[in-house]
Design a protein around this ligand. Structure first.
Ligand code: CA2
Length: 144
């Protein structure tokens, strides 16, 4: 059984900690990554943590996670969550369970954030807990 968990982050999340802390918190993505590495070690897991601003790159990484036989993917697809049929198809095309992650709670925000294409294929979702959403999602991945 694989212990590898991919953590994939979509557009603009590289800017975390620089703006809109009232929505997304004040942690940078690098700080979230460091905390998750530490947590993963305690859970006997290894994480591969990545960020891209490009939709097709997320699709390629989902395929890669599948080829690598990863245990799970934690996916914060950011704005592509609400627009990308390509990500929905990729999540459906792979055998690896995908856990959707969001810092904020999109269901409590603008109407256009209420639809989640990723959510249509995800095994689970953790949202609205700030950086802790990643931590709770990793615990869920460990329990799979
Ligand atoms: O709450 C989340 O994690 C989101 O996935 C974040 C996305 C948003 O489009 C989703 O609806 C919910 C946006 C990420 C943008 O991150 C920024 C970071 C700093 C400054 C501005 C944006």
């Amino acid at each position: 059984m694989s212990t590898l968990v991919y953590v994939l982050n979509g557009p603009n999340l590289n800017l975390l900690g620089t703006r809109e802390p009232e929505i997304y918190g004040s942690d940078t993505l690098a700080e979230i990554e460091a905390a998750l590495h530490e947590q993963a070690e305690g859970l006997g897991l290894a994480i591969d943590f990545r960020q891209t601003n490009h939709e097709g790159q997320l699709v390629d990484w989902l395929h890669e996670a599948n080829s690598a036989g990863a245990k799970a993917v934690l996916l914060n697809a950011a704005a592509y969550t609400h627009t990308s049929v390509a990500l929905l198809d990729a999540c459906r095309a792979i055998a690896v369970p995908v856990i959707e992650v969001h810092l904020s709670d999109p269901s409590k925000r603008e109407e256009f954030r209420h639809i989640s294409y990723v959510g249509m294929a995800a095994a689970d979702c953790v949202q609205g807990l700030g950086a802790r959403s990643y931590s709770v999602a990793l615990e869920k991945a460990a329990a799979l």
